[in-house]
Design a protein. Structure first.
Length: 111
């Protein structure tokens, strides 16, 4: 059964572009479809604000990586700096960067 954690049909514009880049990068590195461990990986800033969240509401895209496959690509605490750097470079080529908001989610912003 495939995971729905990395669905992107609710996204538009830069958020959709960023999510596609991230999903493709993870799929290439993992050699399978990524899983969020039951957590929805991608939120628009509007959806995030509606949840009552404080950080990341002015971003292009919010990434929830609470223990899922996205975690070692966003959080240095997982001890995989090469994965973090690799994703950073992919997004940088598209004029985007990731900022860690907490240990379980990050936000993507235009450079």
């Amino acid at each position: 059964m495939s995971s729905t954690d990395f669905q992107i049909k609710h996204l538009r514009g830069q958020a959709l572009r960023a999510a596609k880049l991230i999903r493709a990068h993870l799929t290439g590195k993992l050699e399978r479809a990524p899983s969020g461990g039951g957590c929805k990986a991608f939120y628009s800033p509007k959806q995030w604000k509606e949840r009552g969240e404080e950080y990341g509401t002015n971003s292009v895209l919010v990434l929830v990586h609470d223990g899922g496959d996205l975690s070692p690509f966003c959080n240095y605490d997982y001890g995989c700096p090469g994965l973090v750097e690799g994703l950073r470079l992919v997004l940088e080529k598209e004029g985007l960067y990731i900022e860690c908001c907490t240990g379980w989610y990050s936000a993507v912003y235009p450079s």
